[in-house]
Design a protein. Structure first.
Ligand SMILES: [Zn+2]
Length: 354
């Protein structure tokens, strides 16, 4: 995993027989698979542990919408050009949708919207989170240094945290305007039969598309079949408590019919939405218990608890995601009055049972 993206490879241990996977992998990245009337599936490569992203093409009145873009790389651009010359030959692209602000989902939005001179569709919070995200920081700002002191991060490692702001090469220029998508409203494109849904916790206002008529949900990273999406407190918003919003979003997804066909941002399309929601709830309950057990013995810093939750070597980037995920669980437990955090004399916050 790398850069400002999402899934920690912390996998749950799902009972794979409970989910069904009606499609096999596409033969090649540039050959879209028809997965429903007016819906094509493409799988673009990524040079990380998470080695691909799913993107979708949606038929509307005047052409096709692209949903999620892949990273900006010469390889991704070449695949898109192959798709335009091949599967979409003679067709028109009329817009680009990014489900959320992470680079794998928005990396080529600038390139593709310029290429076709079409609008970018995003939710308000996703567009402005990306616009305002610190870019290419060369030096750790004092606010961030303060954050790393509180979590108990080794002082001599703090400079390495800048890795999470180093993603310039994987994203093309964000278009200077966008069309806002809002949860609960129809997708504002002629001939589109999709309802916009939004979820929180992985990203601030993550867009999903739902067709009740076709029984299809395009879920982005709000619901993945195998890995649990990263639910993280970031250094940019250090007091945040995203886990309760994530769990509330799961509750809303569980209201959709169990036989809904889910097209995720990573992994295979699947059926079994309620089963998957239940697995993810269990995963977070398990993680919360790991944190509680660790803090029952002695008071610990976030950095120390992270090592209990993820007891294996992590690269600099994954460590940031892991620590963010750890903080999300800590802040949730504090908000419920089950843990308390106290700053010690070095300024490190230590957590213990309340
Ligand atoms: Zn993703």
């Amino acid at each position: 995993m790398d850069r400002l993206t999402d899934e920690l490879t912390a996998t749950t241990a799902p009972d794979m027989t409970a989910l069904t996977f009606p499609f096999t992998l596409p033969q090649s990245p540039a050959e879209p698979v028809d997965v429903a009337p007016g819906v094509k599936w493409l799988r673009l490569p990524m040079p990380f542990a998470l080695d691909h992203i799913n993107v979708y093409l949606l038929r509307v009145e005047r052409g096709w919408l692209i949903l999620d873009t892949g990273l900006d790389s010469s390889r991704s651009r070449a695949i898109w050009e192959e798709v335009f010359a091949g599967a979409l030959s003679g067709e028109t692209v009329v817009g680009v949708i990014s489900t959320h602000y992470h680079v794998d989902h928005v990396g080529l939005a600038g390139y593709l919207t310029d290429r076709w001179r079409v609008p970018l569709y995003m939710s308000y919070q996703e567009y402005f989170t990306l616009s305002g995200w610190p870019k290419e920081l060369k030096k750790v700002p004092w606010q961030h240094a303060e954050f790393y002191r509180k979590v108990g991060f080794p002082e001599d490692q703090v400079d390495k945290s800048l890795v999470i702001f180093d993603f310039g090469g994987e994203i093309s220029q964000l278009p200077p305007s966008f069309i806002r998508l809002q949860g609960g409203r129809p997708l504002p494109v002629a001939g589109a039969d999709w309802l916009v849904l939004t979820g929180e916790g992985h990203a601030p206002e993550h867009v999903m598309l739902y067709s009740a008529r076709q029984g299809i949900l395009i879920s982005g990273d709000q619901l993945l079949p195998r890995i649990s999406s990263n639910v993280s407190v970031t250094v940019v918003n250090p007091e945040d408590e995203p886990l309760s919003r994530w769990l509330a979003s799961l509750d809303r997804l569980a209201e959709l019919p169990e036989d809904t066909l889910v097209f995720p941002g990573h992994g295979l399309p699947f059926r079994g939405i309620q089963t998957r929601v239940e697995e993810l709830r269990n995963h977070h309950q398990h993680q919360l218990q790991v944190v509680l057990d660790a803090c029952a013995e002695q008071s610990l810093s976030t950095y120390e608890i992270t090592q209990v939750m993820y007891p294996y070597p992590l690269n600099d980037f994954d460590l940031q995601l892991a620590m963010g995920e750890c903080l999300a669980h800590l802040h949730y437990l504090v908000s419920q009055g089950r843990l308390q955090g106290t700053q010690d004399q070095q300024g490190i916050v230590r957590y213990e049972t309340a």
